[in-house]
Ligand binder design. Structure first.
Ligand code: CA
Length: 383
């Protein structure tokens, strides 16, 4: 089997209601979708991570101009070989950011083809399943006006809980005083409902403010405090981890085994959060999982894309060993984005949904376990 074409679809949709996280206003949802075709007729789908402020064209260009020429004529089931080829041949201008997202999106598509070729889910190719279901956590709590939205965010927490979410992640990073007020409103609203909370500042602060916020957050018994400082400030992560009781999480803006090696070896995080669409794909996540397990660090993937990225994340989660073994280990949880995204669900035949136990079932059909809706590709494509 040989790769005959690599197509890149840039999808975009304006939001009716823009929303903010600590780094800016999101006005459009975007995706870089990769379609790898083969001479066998099998087609694989992948998605490069495109966060709210990231132009999907950058990863698309890296695929079109750098990766595609390396891939044509190659065997798509050579996932590890092609990962190394793509990484090595982009090293001098890649390693981080959108070039790694490009490699990740292609890698996901290659695993999709491999799964379809062997007629097994990707999780089987990864060594099998530790779990068939995963508990979702609601990601939301974006701002619609800016500061002083604590009351509305408290209502949002109730809405997630009533929809079946027992775990949720609050967006902070709008100034420590505003953050503390928001947490107060939310705690009051969900008191006694048994909801588990995490927070995420998207690296809004330097060490001093991150620590000041963290000292307040220590009273909230959070599952984790995500991206407290910029990803480059590994010493800052180390310092916060020493001074705070709350577990520190990070890694959505880190890439490849080399980048994660720093974060993990320097004891910067308790929980590492590779995004399958930017850490290096399914192959990249596999590398990170081994590094983390060997160093006693918990792995909990990050995902903020369309149904394709979510499907890839589910397959990886199924195959993740628990870092520390016990009869009742803490399991990874699935980031379930509840914010506005016009084509996230329309793009696939099997969008994320909660089962009767408010868990998410991990698909067992071949490849990523989803079919892509070509009409949605045409409808939202801008290139
Ligand atoms: Ca985050």
């Amino acid at each position: 089997m040989k790769i005959t074409d690599v197509k890149v679809h840039i999808l975009q949709s304006q939001l009716d209601q823009p929303f903010a996280f600590s780094q800016g206003w999101v006005t459009v949802r975007s995706a870089t979708i990769i379609e790898v075709q083969t001479d066998s007729g099998l087609v694989g789908w992948g998605e490069a991570f495109s966060q709210g402020l990231e132009s999907p064209q950058v990863a698309a260009s890296a695929i079109e101009h750098s990766l595609k020429p390396m891939l044509l004529g190659q065997n798509p089931t050579d996932t590890e070989v092609l990962w190394n080829k793509m990484y090595n041949q982009t090293r001098d201008f890649g390693r981080k950011g959108s070039v790694m997202a490009a490699i990740s999106g292609v890698d996901i598509a290659l695993w999709d083809i491999a799964g379809k070729f062997y007629d097994v889910p990707v999780s089987q190719l990864l060594g099998g399943r530790f779990r068939d279901v995963v508990q979702p956590y609601a990601t939301g709590f974006y701002r619609l006006t800016g500061r002083n939205e604590g009351r509305r965010l408290a209502e949002e927490a109730i809405a997630h809980e009533e929809a079946g979410f027992r775990s949720m992640k609050i967006k902070l990073g709008f100034g420590v005083d505003d953050d503390v007020r928001v947490m107060g409103h939310i705690r009051e609203a969900i008191d006694g409902r048994g909801v588990e909370l995490m927070v995420d500042t998207n690296h809004a602060y330097g060490r001093t403010e991150a620590l000041r916020l963290g000292r307040v957050l220590d009273e909230f018994d959070l599952r984790w405090y995500e991206e407290p400082v910029p990803p480059e400030d590994i010493d800052g992560y180390v310092e916060l981890r020493k001074k705070l009781a709350t577990p520190i999480a990070g890694g959505e803006n880190e890439h490849s085994m080399y980048g994660f090696c720093d974060l993990i070896n320097r004891r910067a995080v308790d929980i590492v959060q590779p995004d399958i669409g930017s850490c290096g794909g399914i192959t990249g996540a596999k590398h990170v999982a081994v590094l983390a397990q060997a160093n006693g660090v918990e792995v909990n993937p990050h995902v903020w894309g369309s149904g394709i990225a979510q499907a890839a994340s589910l397959q990886v989660i199924a195959a993740l060993p628990n870092t520390v073994h016990s009869l009742y280990p803490r399991q990874p949880i699935l980031e379930y984005d509840r914010s506005s995204h016009p084509f996230r669900n329309e793009l696939v035949d099997r969008a994320l949904t909660l089962n009767k136990e408010s868990m998410v079932d991990i698909p067992k059909s071949s490849g990523l376990g989803i079919e892509v809706n070509q009409n949605a590709i045409i409808k939202y494509r801008v290139n």
